[in-house]
Design a protein around this ligand. Structure first.
Ligand SMILES: [Fe+2]
Length: 206
């Protein structure tokens, strides 16, 4: 009968444990991504953010200390799902020209999850009167946003240089042929993808 009602303090601690787990997973994923990345610039972004993430784990431990609770990790199923997809993508795309783009996409999925969580935790820390914790969480939040932006920059630079190459290779007068080729390429990709990873969703569209 007299079950104690949970409060924002409880929600804060539970979410902190969740992010602690996610951040540790993130360090492992970034180590893997740095090894797998083909472009040196991307490798460097992953390595830098891995080091940053190691410090973010320590920062979370400081937050646990501030609120006077033991630093414990609780399985974060969202991050596990993102890591699972990353593993699949590594298997499917590591030997393809899309490898780096796919790695960036996985890393950004993880970053966006972290950004959402750190933003929430920072707000809650403020509401609960833990100004020092809010400051630490904001430092991490800003780092995550910068890392996300760097990944976008690398992705866009790569896309632009590929588009440049594409223009020189294409015959400018044959748009219809090009469309037809795209359809054939899509069909081929789908059948290859289907054979290799039957459970994966296929790209939508034409
Ligand atoms: Fe992080």
């Amino acid at each position: 009968m007299a079950t104690k009602q949970k409060t924002l303090t409880d929600a804060f601690y539970e979410s902190l444990k969740d992010v602690y787990y996610a951040e540790k997973q993130s360090v492992r994923a970034l180590t893997k991504s740095a090894k797998a990345a083909k472009a040196n610039e991307l490798k460097q972004v992953f390595e830098e953010h891995r080091d940053e993430s190691t410090r973010q784990v320590e920062r979370l431990e400081q937050v646990f200390e501030i609120i006077g609770k033991p630093a414990r990790a609780k399985t974060c199923e969202a991050m596990q799902g993102i890591m699972h997809e990353m593993q699949e993508d590594l298997e499917d795309f590591s030997d393809t020209p899309a490898a780096d783009a796919v790695l960036i996409g996985c890393a950004q999925a993880a970053e966006h999850y972290e950004i959402a969580r750190y933003g929430m935790l920072k707000t809650w820390a403020g509401q609960l009167g833990h100004a020092d914790a809010a400051k630490l969480l904001d430092e991490t939040l800003q780092e995550e946003k910068r890392a996300d932006q760097k990944l976008t920059d690398v992705a866009e630079a790569a896309a632009n240089s590929q588009a440049g190459q594409g223009e020189t290779e294409q015959d400018p007068g044959e748009e219809k042929e090009e469309e037809k080729d795209d359809k054939e390429a899509n069909a081929k990709l789908q059948s290859e993808g289907g054979a290799k990873a039957g459970s994966k969703s296929k790209p939508k569209g034409k």
